[in-house]
Write a protein that binds this ligand. Structure first.
Ligand code: A2P
Length: 257
C-alpha cells in the first residue's frame, strides 16, 4: 500500500493573489484529530512532491479542506495553486501534530493565536464540539499584513455563526479577533504586541493573561512563535507535548514554498 492516498479536488477558492483554499474527497479510513497536519501534495514527474499541511476541516466532516499560500517559484505551491475541481492530490495516510487539546492541561479560556495560513489548524479546532465543551471561552486571533488576507477566516467564522448547531455555541463562546499590521483596520498591530500590551484583552473586554485559566495554541510565522514562546515561558507557562500536557502548544505554519 502506498503511503499516499489519491483524493479528488472538489472545489478551489482563491482569496487573494497569495492565498487559496480547496476541498477534496476524504478516504473514510483517514483519521485525524482536529488541529493535526498531514503530508499532502501532487505527483510531479512520477514522484510525490509533498509538504505538511494542517487540515482546516474538522474530523467529523466528510470532505478535507486545506488553506494555502501561493509562492510563484515554490516547488509545490506554484503547482498546487493551479489545481481545479476533478484534479487528483495526494494525501499522506498518517496525521500528526501537537495542536491537539489533549496536549493541554485543563483550563477555562483557550487562546488560538495565528498569523497567515497558521489559521488553518484553528479552522479545524473551532468546528470541534469538544472544544466548546471543554472551555468557557475560545479566542481566535489572526494576524495578517492586509485586510484582504483575513477573508478566509472571516468567511469561516461567519459560516459558523449562521450554522444551525455551531451558531448558538459560537455566540456564547467564540471571540474572533482579526488584526492587521500594514494598513488601517479596527484592530491594528502584531499579536505579540497586542498581548504584551494587554490591548487584545482590552479590545475584547476580557481579563488579561492568567496562567490559572488560559491555555494557548500557537501557529504561524517562526518569528511570532519564537517571541511568544519566550514571553509565555518567562511568565511561567509550560510548553505541552504528547508525553506531558502543558499550558501552551506550538506548531509552525509549514508551507513556505
Ligand atoms: P508585520 O507586517 O509587522 O511583519 P507574514 O505575511 O510575513 O507571514 O506575516 C503575517 C503577519 O505576522 C503580519 O501581520 C506580520 O506583521 C506578522 N508578524 C511577523 N513577524 C511577527 C512577529 N515576530 N510577531 C508577531 N507578528 C509577526
Amino acid at each position: 500500500m502506498s503511503a499516499f492516498q489519491k483524493e479528488t479536488v472538489l472545489s478551489v477558492r482563491h482569496w487573494t493573489d497569495s492565498l487559496f483554499s480547496f476541498t477534496a474527497t476524504r478516504d473514510p479510513g483517514f483519521r485525524f484529530q482536529n488541529g493535526q497536519f498531514a503530508m499532502i501534495g501532487l505527483e510531479v514527474e512520477g514522484k510525490p512532491l509533498m509538504r505538511a499541511y494542517s487540515m482546516a476541516s474538522a474530523n467529523h466532516e466528510e470532505e478535507l479542506e486545506f488553506f494555502s499560500i501561493k509562492v510563484e517559484d515554490g516547488p509545490l505551491t506554484s503547482r498546487l495553486q493551479k489545481i481545479r475541481e476533478g484534479d487528483i492530490i495526494l494525501v499522506g495516510r498518517k496525521a500528526t501534530g501537537t495542536l491537539i487539546t489533549g496536549n493541554l492541561i485543563p483550563g477555562k479560556r483557550l487562546l488560538l493565536l495565528s498569523t497567515g495560513t497558521g489559521l488553518a489548524p484553528f479552522a479545524s479546532l473551532i468546528k470541534d464540539p469538544d472544544v466548546y465543551e471543554n472551555y468557557e471561552t475560545i479566542v481566535l486571533a489572526h494576524g495578517c499584513r492586509q485586510i484582504s488576507e483575513l477573508a478566509y477566516g472571516e468567511h469561516l467564522v461567519d459560516g459558523l455563526r449562521n450554522h444551525e448547531f455551531f451558531g448558538p455555541l459560537i455566540r456564547d463562546k467564540l471571540v474572533y479577533y482579526p488584526t492587521v499590521t500594514r494598513e488601517p483596520f479596527r484592530n491594528r498591530g502584531r499579536i505579540t504586541d497586542l498581548i504584551t500590551s494587554n490591548q487584545m484583552f482590552d479590545d475584547i473586554a476580557q481579563s488579561g493573561l492568567d496562567i490559572a485559566t488560559d491555555r494557548i495554541m500557537l501557529c504561524g510565522s517562526p518569528a511570532m512563535l519564537e517571541e511568544l514562546h519566550a514571553m509565555f515561558s518567562a511568565r511561567g507557562f509550560a510548553e505541552g507535548n504528547h508525553s506531558q500536557p502543558g499550558h501552551f502548544v506550538i506548531e509552525k505554519a509549514f508551507v513556505e514554498r
